[in-house]
Design a protein around this ligand. Structure first.
Ligand code: PMP
Ligand code: GLN
Length: 380
């Protein structure tokens, strides 16, 4: 079970982006936004780069950013944390790895929910632990309470909860979180909560964190990313929030994984987190408009897609198309023939056994989305 990286395949995002580059296709595969970076953030980064310092910042992160993470979480999600509960990482990807290496022992079982983000299972395995997938099913993607409970064994140590959830745009509701909290208490589990899309929630829906539930707060490591909240995915500035007892071992992993994160980008992320509410509501509105444009357009063409409640992603049922059964081949053909790249949903399943769904990223400029829809329409 403890596979080495020699056996791990190249990530689907890299494969699809490579194909999009080769074929000069519009890349609606890998999740990254176009043209939404707040100018205040870029200005702050430029100033911080000019002013320095340029040397290793503190291992736990710049104090200004640690404070800003805690204050933002209090302001928007009512979370009770301060700077001491925050550690800065080089992206959420590093935060996830730090949590898995810091909190898991060989032989531990970790419940993950499919469709599952691709970076979890390989690192869980390298930590010597065992990912135990529980599938959510379309079209509602409700948490299957009975199957989750049945997946728990005496070796279960942790849950990984990605809310809002990539790739399906789901936000876990209060009932689902209460159910998970109850399991955590009953079976003495911790939760690694990947909340990188916390600010990207639409239609007035609310993101809620397990960290907000006082009875499990000390069992939750909550992860965020400036890449997502400020539309700068290449920056790789992330953070983990947890109580001291849980944060300690995570920090010990961090000191040997990256140790620190570029100080100018940390300073800028702190400015971003302090932006007024109008920035965060404006980002939601801009993304919601893009979501509607792409989802409506896809449905007109013959894809079947529901509006996502959150994230950058629209999941489309492609059953009406030829070759839908092999979603990877379908995505390859669509990229080559229609000039539009997307991600096959089976890539988010251990057994790759889900058929006929494709993920499109809608976080793009209107003209990019319009061009992509025109090309898909002509292809169809
Ligand atoms: N978790 C999820 C669910 C993601 O979609 C992503 C990437 N977009 C990450 C983590 C990684 O975030 P970062 O770029 O900050 O490492
Ligand atoms: N999180 C991005 C996505 O889901 C991909 C990041 C990556 O390429 N590893 O599309």
């Amino acid at each position: 079970a403890n596979s080495t990286f020699a056996e791990v395949q190249t990530s689907i995002f890299e494969i699809v982006s490579g194909l999009a580059r080769e074929t000069n296709a519009i890349n609606l595969g890998q999740g990254f936004p176009e043209g939404l970076e707040p100018p205040e953030l870029i200005e702050a980064a430029v100033q911080a780069l000019q002013a320095g310092p340029h040397q290793y910042p503190p291992m736990m992160g710049l104090p200004a950013l640690r404070r800003a993470v805690a204050e933002n979480a209090r302001r928007f999600f009512g979370l009770d944390a301060d700077a001491d509960n925050v550690m800065v990482t080089s992206g959420a990807t590093e935060a996830l790895a730090d949590c898995f290496f810091g909190l898991l022992n060989p032989g531990d079982e970790v419940i993950v929910f499919e469709p599952v983000y691709d970076s979890y299972a390989p690192i869980i395995r390298r930590a010597g632990a065992v990912p135990v997938p529980v599938q959510l099913s379309p079209p509602d993607w409700r948490l299957p309470f009975e199957r989750v409970a049945a997946a728990i064994t005496p070796r279960t140590r942790a849950l990984v909860v990605n809310t809002p959830m990539n790739p399906i745009g789901k936000v876990f509701d209060q009932d689902e979180l209460r159910f998970l909290a109850d399991l955590m208490l009953r079976h003495d589990l911790v939760a690694i909560c990947d909340e990188v899309y916390e600010h990207l929630v639409f239609d007035g829906a609310r993101h809620t964190s397990l960290f907000a539930l006082p009875e499990v707060r000390d069992r939750v490591a909550r992860i965020g990313s400036a890449g997502k909240s400020f539309s700068v995915t290449g920056w790789k500035v992330g953070y983990v929030m947890a109580e001291a007892k849980l944060l300690g071992p995570i920090a010990r992993a961090h000191q040997f994984v990256t140790f620190t994160t570029p100080p100018a980008l940390q300073a800028a992320a702190a400015v971003g987190l302090g932006l007024p509410e109008s920035y965060f509501s404006g980002l939601k509105q801009a993304l919601q408009r893009r979501r509607d444009l792409l989802t409506d357009g896809l449905n007109r063409i013959g894809f079947v897609a529901r509006p996502a409640t959150a994230t950058y992603f629209a999941v489309a049922d492609v059953a009406a198309f030829d070759g839908a059964d092999d979603d990877l081949a379908f995505c390859r053909r669509m990229t080559q023939e229609a000039g539009v790249a997307a991600i096959p949903l089976s890539a988010f399943y251990e057994k790759r056994d889900l058929r006929g769904y494709v993920r499109f990223c809608f976080a793009k400029r209107q003209d990019t989305l319009t061009r992509a829809l025109d090309q898909l329409d002509r292809w169809r």
